[in-house]
Design a protein around this ligand. Structure first.
Ligand code: ZN
Length: 312
């Protein structure tokens, strides 16, 4: 254990649960668990975080949490640190500062960032934090983050790397952001489900998740085509990103990659086929090492970077 046995706590807020764990930047993630959200409300989010704090302190000792990192869906305005824009799964959350989930009287410093940014930060840390790493999560939405030399890139205001909302189809289907034709509307699990229901009727339900979509593929060939179109549009977006950024690596993770919506070798081959020769071998395409734990690990790395331990 680190000196004085203090820990960093990482929280990764999702639409239906909070993943959490503790560790440090020497040993990485030392404990990981998940707490379901009983309902989607601010009060429930706050209560669940307090339960998690109590659980972790029961394992590590009272006063042992040195700092906390919080990952959340949505875009954080870097000037105010408030959640901005639209947050389709957690609409009540917009306009709040994620750090307020930790009661101020505890005196624990808290840092927060977008969940996909923290996935990228965690996966970059696992690879030694060197070079330029793009992390992409494919799930109910599309998340994307960029880490340069171990540090996250946010752009001027916090809006950088929104791969899910680059316009990919002219006059395309509506996106949750209010525009049409975004990459996410064609490639994310929720986007694919909306397309299926829009074209074929109510044949899959959100509560059945990705498996519900994949199950309809046998009976409805059009579902397979919609998924294939999603993979083509995602591959094009990632290939364009590689041409723009020339990263060392692109790491793909998230629930839909774990669930094989896009078989990695097919997706990687599709990306490579769209790349100029010089980029093809220069940028590595990799699966996430930590799977759905990478966001929690990234939250721990963020807490350590923001509140470095004083040397003794
Ligand atoms: Zn959009």
């Amino acid at each position: 254990m680190s000196t004085k046995d203090t820990f960093l706590l990482g929280l990764d807020i999702g639409a239906s649960s909070i993943k959490y764990g503790f560790g440090d930047c020497q040993l990485g993630l030392q404990f990981f668990s998940k707490q379901e959200l009983a309902q989607r409300s601010l009060a429930c989010l706050q209560g669940t975080v307090q339960d998690i704090l109590a659980h972790c302190e029961s394992l590590t000792g009272s006063g042992s949490i040195r700092a906390i990192g919080i990952g959340t869906p949505g875009t954080i305005d870097r000037a105010s640190m408030l959640l901005a824009g639209v947050n389709p799964n957690l609409p009540f959350w917009v306009g709040h500062d994620p750090r307020q989930l930790v009661p101020a009287h505890l005196g624990i410093p808290v840092a927060s960032d977008n969940d996909a940014n923290l996935m990228a930060l965690g996966e970059a840390w696992l690879r030694g934090s060197e070079g330029l790493t793009v992390g992409i999560t494919v799930g109910s939405g599309i998340g994307c983050g960029l880490v340069n030399g171990g540090r996250l890139y946010h752009g001027a205001h916090g809006w950088a790397m929104e791969l899910g909302h680059i316009i990919s189809v002219q006059q395309g289907v509506p996106c949750t952001c209010g525009r049409n034709g975004c990459l996410e509307a064609y490639t994310s699990v929720d986007g694919i489900r909306r397309r299926i229901i829009g074209e074929l009727g109510d044949i899959c339900s959100p509560k059945d998740g990705l498996l519900g979509i994949l199950a309809t593929r046998e009976s409805f060939p059009r579902v397979g085509e919609i998924i294939q179109e999603g993979m083509t549009i995602l591959a094009r977006g990632i290939a364009n990103l590689i041409v723009l950024l020339d990263p060392d690596r692109v790491v793909l993770g998230g629930g839909a990659m774990d669930g094989n919506l896009y078989p990695p070798e097919q997706l990687f081959a599709a990306i490579r086929s769209l790349l100029p020769e010089i980029n093809r071998s220069a940028t590595a395409l990799e699966g996430a090492c930590e799977g759905n734990r990478a966001g929690v690990l990234g939250a721990i790395v963020l807490a350590d970077q923001t509140f470095p331990q004083e040397s003794e």
